[in-house]
Design a protein around this ligand. Structure first.
Ligand code: BES
Ligand code: MN
Ligand code: ZN
Length: 492
């Protein structure tokens, strides 16, 4: 697993600044740049700080951006990061400022001076710093240097630490999600995935693993068909967090956990197939959210369910044309074995509603290439039967800076799923492929159940660095879902 950077909070030690080794980051509010620390640094730098702050390079910076000075004359530090962060900067701008530091971290200790900013901003900054300092290194054999500790110098260290603590719980959840998504499929088998979830019992979560014989008894023919060509047995893992009132219906999160998607007999082309180690991204977000809720002691009842399968070609694998029976009882003609995620979700969603009678359900899945054609990598596709729940989710995602865009649904799309010999087909053609996939899933949502489907195929993993993550797994959705649960289900 990756090792998050250690962050401590402390009052500024102004007189020691010139002899401070390692790296220094100074947060500058252009409206109030002359803080005690800035004055002390400028004196040691013989006016060099004032010149840098007056430079065009600095004045051009957007909130959260940094001007980096190497070996600043007059200071013992090896680097000075000048970060533009106005007092009125937003949550996402404060996180971006932290990310500018996290991205530049080295083994040398770093002192961050956040004098002119608010306590809340300093806490958000520490969150952004931690998220961007993440690195996935378990399979790098060359010596790994731990990142130096970070000291955040603030006027009210205890108040900032208190605000940062629930955010640190969310960061842990994001790291858990990213580690799962980054892990290759020979290591993260269905068995290994389930074991990592079972280990979360230590945090106070109830974790159950349903094995193939139980899934057979439950009638999960759609899910089991997907996994029948793999050496790794299919599993459903149920994680329950009881932080709310006893007897209150839980909120349900359901994730697609295809540990590798070769396409099955409808095999994918070789180019890029290695990316399909991330096809358990939905399940990883569900797991990361459950971890965050447990770590921060959320006052809500939430149940997380994931369907863990591997989609492989084999003599026993499911064929195109096979008809399977879902737990709901509906039959499905499997036209394309590569449209497997919806088959997994159909059974896990039905089981979640049947057993837990939740007050609402959100599912996440790296479901379709078509959503990437529609929205690129900037937004997750949001599909819903409930404007209130969809609106609350979109609001939470916007507040967290996680891109999300509502997509249409409708009968005409559903009609494309009609099968000649079964109740439905598992594909509805190329056109509107992300929408027909959503229509398929909707057939397994009970009448009146508030539901949101998040197609994260484009957002779970990125090929280039983003503001809060290095290239690779992003953990998209953990922050938004944590906020949704905090704002909608804990306040009541
Ligand atoms: N896991 C894929 C979708 C995907 C594609 C995720 C690219 C991440 C990046 C899914 O199981 C799949 O193969 N979908 C097919 C559906 C088609 C056969 C109807 C697709 O999108 O091509
Ligand atoms: Mn597939
Ligand atoms: Zn898939």
């Amino acid at each position: 697993m990756s090792h998050p950077v250690a962050i401590q909070f402390q009052s500024p030690q102004i007189d020691a600044l010139a002899s401070q080794t390692g790296r220094i980051a100074l947060l500058v509010d252009a409206a109030k740049p002359a803080t005690p620390a800035a004055k002390r640094l400028d004196k040691a730098m013989r006016g060099g700080l004032a010149r840098a702050l007056a430079s065009e390079a600095f004045t051009r910076l957007k909130p959260g951006e940094s001007l980096d000075l190497a070996f600043p004359a007059g200071l013992a530090a090896e680097a000075l990061h000048l970060i533009h962060l106005p007092k009125k900067a937003s949550v996402t701008e404060a996180r971006k400022a932290g990310a500018a530091i996290g991205r530049a971290l080295t083994p040398a200790a770093t002192l961050v001076l956040a004098e002119a900013q608010t306590n809340a901003q300093a806490a958000e900054l520490s969150f952004g710093l931690a998220l961007r300092a993440y690195d996935f290194t378990p399979h790098k054999t060359a010596e790994k240097k731990a990142l130096g500790p970070v000291t955040l110098a603030v006027t009210a260290p205890e108040a900032v630490a208190a605000l940062a603590s629930p955010l640190a719980a969310v960061a842990e959840g994001v790291f858990f999600t990213r580690d799962l998504v980054n892990e290759p499929a020979n290591i993260l088998t269905t068995h290994d995935f389930a074991a990592r979830l079972a280990a979360m019992q230590e945090l106070g979560l109830d974790v159950e693993i349903l094995e193939e014989d139980q899934l057979t008894k439950l009638g999960m023919g759609a899910l089991l068909g997907v996994g029948q060509g793999s050496e790794s047995p299919s599993k459903v893992v149920v994680m329950q967090w009881h932080g709310g009132k006893k007897g209150d219906a839980p909120f349900a999160l359901v994730g697609k956990g295809v540990v590798f998607d070769s396409g099955g007999i409808s095999i994918k082309p070789a180019g890029g197939m290695e990316e399909m180690t991330m096809d358990m991204g939905g399940a990883a977000v569900v797991a990361g959210v459950m971890r965050s809720l447990a770590l921060r002691g959320a006052k809500a009842n939430v149940v997380g369910l994931v369907g863990l399968v591997e989609n492989m070609p084999d003599g026993r694998a499911q064929r195109p044309g096979d008809v399977v029976k879902s737990m709901k009882g509906d039959t499905i003609e499997v036209i394309n074995t590569d449209a497997e995620g919806r088959l997994v979700l159909a059974d896990v969603l039905w089981y979640a509603q049947d057993r837990f009678k939740p007050c609402g359900v959100i599912n996440l899945a790296t479901l379709t290439g078509a959503i990437i054609i529609a929205l690129g990598h900037e937004h997750t596709g949001v599909f819903s039967n409930d404007d209130a729940l969809a609106g609350a989710f979109l609001k939470a995602a916007a507040a967290e800076g996680e891109g999300a865009w509502r997509m249409p649904m409708g009968q005409a799309y559903d009609d494309k799923l009609k099968s000649r010999i079964a109740d439905m087909m598992n594909v509805g053609g190329r056109d509107g492929g992300a929408i027909t996939a959503a229509q398929f899933i909707k057939r397994f949502i009970k009448d009146g159940m508030p539901w949101v489907h998040l197609d994260i195929a484009g957002t779970a993993l990125l090929k280039s660095d983003s503001t809060l993550a290095p290239k690779g797994a992003t953990g998209w959705g953990v922050m938004a879902l944590n906020r949704l649960i905090r704002d909608q289900y804990e306040s009541k």
